[in-house]
Design a protein around this ligand. Structure first.
Ligand code: 5CA
Length: 158
């Protein structure tokens, strides 16, 4: 099946990184929220990877937080870890640094390289699912593959 342009962009990025065996799936059901995505694939909400963008208040640098679908990030903990305050950016900023609209932001294939932090709670699962460019697209992968793809650092985000 032919993917939509944004989902294809993610599939191409996976291919380029040597992860062409990971298959973007475009569904008829919404995957816009972690709950909807879990329902669409029939997994636990914790197995859904939320790809959240924050901006460093001092550096202006964007950060990619890869968070288990059941978790809320503890910004104070992450600020202490990163050594700067974090700002929650608006939708336009998210689109400009990732190249994707909110609801479909994937963990790979961004408009610019993003420093990534990975929620340690994701490591307990055999299989996890991340957004793939649109609010109807996902791909399944292992936590190890997520780490390799994003070069993310594992840490407690809650
Ligand atoms: N496709 C689903 C499951 S992978 C998904 O993308 N979920 S998400 O949690 O990664 O993306 C939604 C997130 O976008 C929200 O948790 C929130 O952090 C952020 N967001 C939603 N609306 C806005 C907004 N108006 N401005 C900035 N960020 C927003």
């Amino acid at each position: 099946m032919k993917l939509s342009p944004s989902a294809q962009k993610v599939q191409d990025a996976l291919q380029q990184r040597g992860f062409g065996h990971l298959q973007v799936q475009e569904l008829t059901a919404s995957t816009r929220t972690a709950q909807e995505a879990a329902h669409a694939v029939g997994c636990n909400v914790g197995q859904i990877v939320k790809s959240l963008i924050f901006r460093g208040a001092t550096s202006g640098q964007p950060y990619l937080l890869l968070v288990s679908g059941v978790n809320r990030v503890n910004t104070h903990r992450i600020e202490a870890d990163l050594g700067e305050k974090l700002v929650k950016p608006d939708a336009d900023y998210v689109r400009s640094v990732t190249g994707f609209a909110i609801g479909g932001v994937p963990p790979v294939g961004h408009a610019q390289p993003l420093k990534a932090l990975v929620d340690s709670d994701l490591l307990q699962y055999e299989r996890i699912y991340a957004a793939a460019g649109t609010p109807f697209a996902l791909f399944g992968l292992t936590p190890d593959e997520l780490l390799a793809l994003t070069e993310g650092r594992v840490t407690q985000l809650t």
